[in-house]
Write a new protein. Structure first.
Length: 135
């Protein structure tokens, strides 16, 4: 380890890239332990980072579809939901678990056919209408 510290910054970077390429499983385990320790030692920062990330993704998704309800044109983003047009959200949640934004990025046309933005009221009305049809 002492010999590595004596290397120049460039030489150290080359050495580390080679070491990581030679031992990817060991590197993955080391970084996983370091991330877990950081999350344990800095819970507030991690929560704030996750919150910022999810808000950014939500804003991007709403910007993609348009920030208004397709049922009543309500525009308060705090009450808007991304809804599955064909009521197959349970299948997608099991398959993709929170990665809808990646599906939207991969195939925007399919996303426009599969999803819509509804306000909380219209989303609840849709659920109640569907429940009555099933009875």
């Amino acid at each position: 380890m002492q010999a590595i510290k004596q290397l120049s910054t460039t030489a150290r970077a080359v050495y580390m890239r080679a070491w990581i390429a030679a031992k990817p499983a060991e590197w993955k385990a080391i970084t996983a332990r370091a991330r877990a320790k950081y999350r344990r030692d800095h819970p507030e920062e991690c929560l704030a980072a996750r919150t910022r990330y999810h808000r950014r993704i939500r804003n991007e998704v709403l910007a993609f579809f348009g920030p208004r309800c397709v049922g009543c044109w309500f525009e308060n983003v705090l009450a808007l939901h991304v809804d599955h047009v064909n009521d197959d959200g349970f299948l997608e949640r099991n398959r993709y678990i929170g990665r809808v934004h990646k599906l939207i990025a991969a195939d925007p046309d399919a996303a426009r056919r599969k999803y819509q933005v509804l306000c909380a009221n219209c989303n609840e009305i849709k659920r109640l209408v569907r429940a009555r049809k099933e009875d």
